[in-house]
Design a protein around this ligand. Structure first.
Ligand SMILES: [Zn+2]
Length: 502
């Protein structure tokens, strides 16, 4: 496979060392979604063990994340949703049937012991990584993060809080533009929805599309209002291999980097796009998957690497270990070192596994059309959007635990008049990013109506008309019940992952 590279003049050589930090909480592997549930936080511990025994931990700063606090989580999420996550327990859930339903907790997203601390841990790692990048690290890694399906007011697809949105909000304090790239097999719907109407965040998701969870991610969904052309969706079919994948990834991301010129990049490295995944249907090798990391790294722009899906856990650990090596610029041995989970990797005990002989349903013609369409959309972005930074907003500071109890209202003084940061408004719930940055509640869909007149009428949904309206009321409302589920693309395929469970 070609190593790629890019045409940006500011790029250093790929051999250049990067300053890398890595977030890991030794407790994370103990969280347990329940018997038969495919999401297994244990895979994070397996990854860590491999990193340790490959000797990679010595090459980066290893940090235990500060748990994200309620007010950190509420920068994106609704207050009542976070209060619910904080209070619900397996013992009390029978008394909370209505709330469980309202917040979509209980089935794909079960209540388990320590659920809230799990959320605090994985979100703390991603926000912590963003803070590190804002302070000069080149690459930050949080394999426990990347839970891209979580919405403002509801859990979805094994995700409860959206650590990615929170990390991007932190990066936006220092960077005019942030690029989000998602190589999980599932559409990165929660992140796309959050930033659907802003030009300060471009989201690019490569995913299986068509009768597959979460059902969104049509190539015609391109963003709305100020965000028009700042959402990119790359719909793929079963069995895609390394070569086909990179025939889209490199030209599209190369063009995105050229026209959008982000100050920071977040790469969600969901490993359910690997060959042989328990829930996935792609045919990528670990090297093919990691090529996305290598390519992203080659631009020498601050890079946050996050986890995500991945349900054949031995391959998830293999993949994220190898990708940590790529981040460090270290090519690690195929022969695996002895470690406490060694027996998971038999009979070969190697890092790499051969992809299968499954059929690649993505034809050359389809791939060419997708590439041409997306490059055409990108050609419509003429200007690089910018914002005036008069003064830098303060970092999210994780204080010592006792400071956690401070009056949250004191925080507003820290928050300057920066567009991206919280508004100086009196009530608690208003201390969220303004609506021109973050899109909440309902997903807005805009297609290229004039160019695609034959598209289905459902795409111009009733809520569409509201898209350009400021979402202030919704933003400041702590009552989320009036914010319905997504009006468009109600996920008929929600059960796709669930069906495969157990
Ligand atoms: Zn996934």
């Amino acid at each position: 496979m070609e190593t790629g590279g890019n045409s940006l003049p500011s790029v250093g050589t790929d051999g250049t060392k990067r300053k890398v930090c890595y977030f890991y909480d030794p407790e994370v592997g103990n969280y347990y979604y329940g018997q038969g549930h495919p999401m297994k936080p244990h895979r994070i511990r397996m990854t860590h063990s491999l990193l340790a025994h490959y000797g990679l931990l010595h090459h980066m700063q290893v940090l235990k994340p500060h748990p994200a606090r309620e007010r950190d989580l509420c920068r994106f999420h609704a207050d009542d949703y976070i209060s619910f996550l904080r209070s619900i327990t397996p013992e009390t859930q029978q008394d909370q049937i209505r709330a469980l339903k309202r917040f979509n907790v209980g089935e794909d997203c079960p209540v388990f012991d320590g659920l809230y601390s799990f959320c605090q841990t994985y979100a703390g790692g991603s926000v912590g990584g963003a803070i590190k990048l804002n302070h000069g690290h080149d690459i930050a890694v949080n394999w426990a993060g990347g839970l891209h399906h979580a919405k403002k007011c509801e859990a979805s697809g094994f995700c409860y809080v959206n650590d990615i949105v929170l990390a991007i909000l932190e990066l936006l304090k220092r960077h005019e533009r942030v690029l989000y790239v998602d190589i999980d097999i599932h559409h990165g719907d929660g992140v796309e929805e959050a930033f659907y109407t802003t030009d300060r965040v471009m989201t690019v998701s490569f995913h299986k599309f068509g009768d597959y969870f979460p059902g969104t991610g049509d190539i015609r969904d391109i963003g709305y209002a100020n965000g028009k052309y700042y959402s990119l969706n790359v719909p793929l079919d079963d069995g895609i291999d390394d070569e086909s994948y990179q025939s889209l990834f490199k030209p599209i991301i190369g063009k995105v980097m050229e026209v959008f010129q982000p100050g920071a990049v977040v790469l969600q490295c969901g490993a359910d796009s690997l060959s042989g995944d328990r829930l996935g249907c792609f045919n990528l090798s670990i090297k093919g998957h990691a090529e996305c990391v290598r390519f992203m790294r080659s631009f020498n722009v601050p890079l946050l690497l996050l986890g995500g899906g991945g349900y054949t856990i031995r391959n998830v650990a293999r993949c994220w270990c190898y990708e940590t090596g790529v981040a460090l610029g270290i090519e690690i041995d195929d022969k695996m070192p002895q470690h406490e989970y060694y027996e998971y990797f038999g009979p070969d005990y190697t890092l790499h596994v051969a992809p299968s002989n499954m059929e690649n349903k993505n034809t050359r013609l389809q791939l060419d059309e997708i590439r041409a369409k997306l490059l055409d959309n990108l050609s419509k972005l003429r200007h690089v959007p910018s914002v005036q930074f008069q003064e830098r907003p303060p970092d999210t500071e994780f204080p010592e635990p006792d400071e956690d109890l401070e009056d949250p209202d004191e925080r507003h003084d820290l928050d300057s008049d920066m567009e991206v940061d919280d508004q100086k408004l009196p009530d608690e719930s208003s201390r969220k990013p303004p609506s021109n940055i973050i899109q909440n509640g309902r997903i807005k869909r805009e297609n290229i109506e004039n160019e695609l007149k034959d598209q289905e009428p459902h795409k111009v949904a009733a809520d569409h008309a509201r898209g350009a309206e400021p979402m202030a009321e919704e933003m400041s409302s702590s009552k989320a019940s009036d914010i319905g589920p997504m009006a468009v693309d109600e996920p008929s395929s929600v059960k796709a992952e669930q069906d495969n469970t157990s």
